[in-house]
Design a protein around this ligand. Structure first.
Ligand SMILES: Cc1cc2nc3c(=O)[nH]c(=O)nc-3n(C[C@H](O)[C@H](O)[C@H](O)COP(=O)(O)OP(=O)(O)OC[C@H]3O[C@@H](n4cnc5c(N)ncnc54)[C@H](O)[C@@H]3O)c2cc1C
Length: 356
């Protein structure tokens, strides 16, 4: 006899920031939630900074970031000219931002979820079927039934692909070359992040927790350039083309081989449907220039949870409302991205700086 399905309120696929945050919000409202997670194949250490605007979202989740993550008081940018401009976060209504210890942040969210009764499992879905307003899923030996599925697998968009939803890339394809460095002597004294435009893309450099420096080069290199840049010699050579980034990283050494990640803007054709919603990067992935992906992940996780609770209480407009919020956020992001890239006019002939 096939096993009797276990009924839960929601199954979330993907235990990253968005998936865990959504689980916390749902569990706080007494919903039974299972999160299916898969350890990342690569270290997820982009040295991300969390914008000050995320402060209320972090509080809602009951987290304290000041102790375990380092403070980011603002940004420095050489964009449109070689001069450095300072954007002071302390002048914003939310105060400082943070440089995240990313694995620890995910762990904090996971612990919060566990404390509220969320179940985490590293077993994958082997079978998925829609039956009269319910999903039936085989997860290892278990059979689950639920009204709601949440797609939170980030840029992998595993669940959306399984549901036949397409991904749209918006603007040029671009890649991020991630490198972590450690100081040879003293840790870099500046806690601000640096963004610097160069002829073939731009650099991001920031001191992250444990005194390491995170550096990301964003560009759209050829296959040959990609191969060259992951080797220390090619990487240091590329860094030399900068004015400021090379000064920040001069007294450092690479901790490991740099690696490429997708850094294009993309989103799903649809971010919700019958009995499912997409959140975080799965719904829409921003250009890292926005430094806003985590804030979007936390916002969409909260909004999706509210939508799902309202829909459970009979509000059929809730899903459309969620779709509308995502659409508005996406349009605002696209406009801002275009404005910021248009401010850099020094290299009109270089492929990276073609109008987007
Ligand atoms: C180079 C770069 C720099 C960035 N810098 C910043 C920054 O400074 N500030 C900022 O706010 N944002 C930044 N971002 C964006 C930020 O990293 C993302 O927006 C954020 O990680 C999205 O979180 P998520 O939970 O939606 O997705 P993810 O973090 O990708 O989590 C998805 C999870 O799903 C899991 N998964 C995948 N497939 C499956 C499956 N089949 N079954 C189960 N689990 C699965 C993955 O292992 C992962 O744990 C940057 C992004 C890039 C690429």
């Amino acid at each position: 006899m096939p096993p009797k399905p276990i009924t839960i309120d929601c199954l979330i696929v993907g235990g990253g920031i968005a998936g865990c945050a959504c689980a916390v919000h749902l569990a706080r409202h007494g919903l039974q939630v299972v999160v299916l997670e898969r350890p990342p194949t690569r270290p997820q250490c982009f040295g991300e900074s969390l914008a000050p605007a995320a402060r209320p979202l972090v509080h809602e989740l009951g987290l304290d970031l000041d102790r375990e993550h380092s403070i980011c008081p603002g940004n420095l940018a050489a964009w449109g000219s070689d001069a450095l401009y300072h954007h002071d976060f302390l002048a914003t209504p939310y105060g400082h931002g943070w440089h995240l210890n990313r694995p620890h942040f995910e762990q904090q969210l996971r612990q919060r979820g566990l404390g509220l009764g969320v179940t985490f499992s590293s077993v994958s879905i082997s079978y998925l079927e829609r039956q009269s307003e319910r999903w039936i899923m085989g997860v290892g030996e278990q059979l689950f039934q639920t009204r709601w599925l949440i797609e939170a697998t980030g840029r992998a968009r595993w669940l959306a692909r399984r549901l036949g939803i397409q991904t749209q890339i918006d603007g040029p394809k671009q890649l991020g070359l991630v490198a972590m460095l450690e100081p040879q002597a003293q840790p870099w004294p500046d806690q601000r992040s640096l963004v610097e435009a160069v002829a073939d893309g731009w650099w991001y450099v920031a001191r992250v927790p444990q005194a390491q420096m995170a550096s990301i080069f964003i560009g759209h290199p050829t296959a040959t350039q990609r191969q060259k840049l992951v080797h220390a010699e090619g990487w240091w050579q590329a860094l030399k083309c900068s004015t400021w980034a090379k000064q920040w990283l001069d007294q450092h050494q690479l901790c490991a081989q740099p690696y490429w990640v997708d850094a294009s803007s993309s989103r799903l054709d649809r971010c919700y449907g019958n009995g499912w919603l997409a959140i975080g990067d799965a719904a829409m992935s921003y250009d890292p220039l926005a430094a806003h992906g985590i804030t979007v992940g936390l916002t969409s996780a909260r909004d999706a949870a509210q939508c799902l609770i309202a829909a459970n209480q009979g509000s059929i407009a809730a899903l459309h409302g969620y779709g509308h919020q995502i659409e508005q956020a996406w349009q605002a992001y696209r406009q801002l991205r275009q404005q910021i890239y248009a401010q850099e006019q020094r290299w009109p002939d270089r492929p990276f700086w073609q109008p987007r």
